[in-house]
Design a protein around this ligand. Structure first.
Ligand code: GLN
Length: 513
């Protein structure tokens, strides 16, 4: 029974809850039990809030018993990336510098989850300040991919995608600055959506690069993503870049699941050299399924995408160096006194704290960013990168004149081994080659599983991109393709994911070792 609950989609759980077949306490307890059984091996969570989750679930059960009209997702538990402020719950952004910090307020997105009656299971692991593609840059140790515990679950939101793929949570929240929702989804066989920039409030999201950051859903199905998107989306006066418009009709689109007559563009620049053969093969098969279902598929060129990675690694560090200046040992978290200094100045305390509290990748990007922004270099680096950003937006605009959505592989390879790319920042950065253009232009994107690569049996992902504010197109095409792929593979990809027994035996093995 417990394993049935954790295998159910959020939509199925919501149905069972509304029919009173199960209670919210049962649904929440089943996931807490699963976390207890497997998270020693997976390490998707940095903090599990057993008491808080069960209290929220109990409250929902009482309100349902009293006949209250509840949100469809009321009682469906969720995991939240540790970059979102949660009142009374530790929030570290994967960094030592925030160890022990307990926010006095909730991010808007978290308030919305609570208002919908969704118990929060805990906070998920991530690369420090969301810098990375593997969670190996977490100050608290990496998360592991449930498909193969020796491999990375993607990053920066690998904790959220691993939690969903390992059936520890039916839903999770991620954030995507350059691909951190979509790439983890691709390598774990799950669904990840980055909404249009401004579509989900950033209030209470610990900023990495404010002009790129966007929170969104991590789920196992497209319909679940639409349900969650509908909860967290919408205007927020606390975020000055929040779009003042209703949430796009994502749920209707996911239910319609239709591609007939849709014009779909395959991005010429994303998918050639540097992409693993099995990733390309599964992508091409998915495109063929769309053609067979009546979509019109053409190749589209976006010539400036070639420069997206370079522009991103100037814009992101510039914004990050400025955003991270607030971690000064005076306001939040860690404070380290310099050794052997009797009466240290504020600067000396700040330097000692930042030296001890930030990891190598964070330091690397702060140095890059301050350099790119310094006088004399500003025009040559940051200014040039902003111009490239405009050219990329124009590529998207021109492409969307011709087609309704664009598609590409989400990540160039399947999940790599833990440690494989840790010493080579460029190799790590290349994981996001296909996802970064969307962040630079602010357009929405989704990754969904496109089958297992024949050469290694690991999940591959296909990315769908739509024009800004047209998020519903991701869901229409995504849900249709999900159905076609499920027919082709005889069921949902995650049905083939390692089961409970595999993971619990892995825990047992670790415990014995
Ligand atoms: N992997 C990319 C980076 O390291 C993207 C991170 C993200 O989306 N938060 O910057």
């Amino acid at each position: 029974m417990t394993s049935d609950i954790t295998r159910a989609s959020a939509a199925e759980l919501a149905d069972a809850l509304s029919r009173k077949d199960i209670s919210a306490v049962e649904a929440t307890q089943a996931h807490l039990d699963r976390i207890a059984a497997v998270d020693g091996a997976v390490h998707a969570f940095l903090h599990v809030d057993t008491d808080g989750a069960l209290a929220a679930a109990k409250d929902i059960d009482q309100r349902r018993a009293a006949g209250e009209d509840l949100h469809v997702l009321a009682g469906v538990p969720i995991a939240v990336k540790d970059v979102m402020a949660t009142k009374g719950l530790p929030t570290t952004a994967g960094s030592k510098i925030l160890e022990g910090w307990v926010p006095p307020y909730d991010a808007t997105l978290v308030s919305k989850l609570k208002a919908a009656g969704m118990p929060i299971l805990g906070k998920t692991n991530m690369d420090e300040f969301a810098m990375g593609s593997s969670t190996e840059h977490s100050a608290y140790g990496p998360s592991r991919n449930p498909w193969d515990l020796e491999r990375i679950p993607g990053g920066s939101g690998g904790g959220s995608s691993a939690a969903v793929a390992a059936f520890e949570a039916p839903l999770a929240i991620g954030t995507d600055t350059g691909g951190s929702i979509r790439q983890p989804a691709a390598v774990t066989g799950t669904v990840g959506t980055k909404p249009t920039y401004g579509g989900v409030s950033r209030y209470g999201l610990i900023a990495l690069a404010s002009s790129l950051d966007q929170a969104g859903p991590c789920t196992r199905t497209v319909l679940d993503a639409a349900l969650l998107h509908s909860v967290i989306g919408g205007h927020d006066p606390m975020d000055s870049t929040s779009i003042d418009a209703p949430v796009p009709p994502v749920l209707e689109a996911a239910r319609r699941a239709d591609v007939k007559g849709m014009r779909i563009g395959v991005v010429k620049e994303l998918g050639g050299e540097g992409y693993q053969a099995g990733v390309r093969q599964r992508f091409e098969e998915s495109v063929q399924l769309l053609v067979d279902a009546g979509a019109e598929v053409v190749e589209v060129s976006c010539p400036h995408f070639e420069y997206a990675l370079a522009a991103y690694y100037l814009i992101l560090p510039s914004e990050a160096s400025s955003n991270l200046a607030k971690f000064d040992a005076m306001r939040y978290g860690l404070r380290v006194l310099p050794e052997g200094v009797d009466d240290p100045s504020a600067e000396q305390v700040m330097a000692a704290t930042r030296e001890a509290g930030f990891g190598d990748e964070v330091k690397r990007r702060i140095i890059l960013g301050t350099y790119a922004l310094s006088s004399g270099y500003y025009d040559a680096y940051y200014g040039q990168a902003q111009k490239v950003r405009t050219l990329i937006s124009r590529d998207f605009a021109a492409a969307f004149e011709k087609v309704d959505v664009l598609v590409s592989p989400t990540a160039p390879t399947t999940a790599f081994k833990i440690g494989e790319k840790l010493e080579d920042p460029m190799a790590m950065y290349l994981n996001d080659i296909a996802t970064i253009p969307a962040n630079l232009a602010g357009v929405p994107g989704m990754s969904l599983p496109s089958g297992l690569a024949p050469e290694d049996g690991l999940p591959t992902g296909i990315q769908i991109l739509a024009p800004a504010t047209k998020d519903e197109r991701l869901y229409g095409v995504g849900a249709a393709l999900e159905g076609l792929l499920s027919d082709r593979w005889g069921g949902h990809l995650l049905a083939q994911a390692p089961d409970l027994a595999h993971l619990t035996s892995a825990v047992a093995k670790e415990a014995r070792a």
